[in-house]
Design a protein around this ligand. Structure first.
Ligand SMILES: N[C@@H](CCC(=O)N[C@@H](CS)C(=O)NCC(=O)O)C(=O)O
Length: 255
């Protein structure tokens, strides 16, 4: 029995979600709503003490860290399609790309995302409500990030993160101009983990990711969006998220 705890098809949550869809493995998807701070509730911190998604429960054993979960799924369900190359050199190339997304690309996009989305969410709370929520955040650095988002990140921080986004996008464009996929000849976890962060930048960062500046990156984003597993992931996640909202609203109305 597999249960994936995630926010939905975006960012770190999307990495294992798309991997599970690509592998065709049956699993239960448990959506947490970040607007309700559900990931900081005690029941979820009992699953991931860091209070972060994604987390995978496989027969009662918990695996955390998005990229680690992807490799765990690939190794636990080795039937094709294979998302890791068979040879050690190929696997090393995939890991160079997944390490880069986890340590560099993800962070600059995340800060701008927090400024745009988490900031307004945090400012909608009263000081008292906010402090109460912050107390429930187990990772000290995340407490700082929530406070910075509420205040608004400093201009120099935002400028530096935008610089790193431009560097990241140029790196992806250069690689995809010479190769259909990021690590070698086939679609791998390198593509899935980078797509999870890059998808949507053609809208949210259209001044950087667009047909004139990054035609190869755009084509790669479209190619992955056209994959049957990816289409299924978006369609089913949307309908599951709607049902979860309806079930929650119903439970609240009945309470
Ligand atoms: N290194 C972790 C990072 C997980 C992470 O940052 N998750 C975000 C969602 S994309 C989260 O739970 N954020 C909520 C918070 O930290 O309050 C991974 O790759 O799984």
């Amino acid at each position: 029995m597999l249960t994936l705890y995630a926010f939905g098809p975006g960012a770190n949550s999307m990495k294992p979600l798309l991997t599970l869809y690509e592998k065709g493995v049956a699993f239960e998807h448990r959506f947490l709503n970040p607007a309700n701070f559900e990931h900081h509730e005690p029941w979820f911190k009992a699953i991931n003490p860091r209070g972060q998604v994604p987390a995978l429960d496989h027969d009662g054993r918990i695996v955390t860290e998005s990229t680690v979960i992807c490799e765990y799924v690939e190794e636990s369900f080795p039937d094709p399609p294979n998302l890791m190359p068979a040879d050690p050199f190929g696997r090393a190339q995939v890991r160079v790309w997944t390490k880069w997304v986890d340590e560099y690309f993800c962070w600059c996009v995340s800060t701008i995302g927090w400024e745009r989305m988490i900031g307004p969410m945090a400012r909608a709370l009263s000081d008292e409500e906010f402090e109460d929520k912050v107390k429930g955040i187990p990772v000290p650095e995340q407490q700082v990030k929530w406070r910075n988002a509420r205040k608004g990140f400093a201009r120099e921080v935002l400028d530096e993160e935008m610089r790193k986004i431009r560097v990241s996008v140029a790196k992806l464009e250069a690689r995809l101009a010479e190769s259909e996929w990021l690590a070698g000849d086939s679609y791998t976890l390198a593509d899935i983990c980078n797509f999870a962060i890059a998808n949507g930048m053609q809208h949210g960062f259209a001044e950087v990711v667009n047909a004139d500046n990054t035609p190869h990156l755009l084509a790669w984003i479209e190619r992955i969006n056209e994959r049957p597993a990816c289409k299924r992931m978006f369609a089913e996640s949307r309908s599951e998220m709607r049902s979860a909202d309806l079930a929650k609203a119903k439970a609240e109305a009945e309470a």
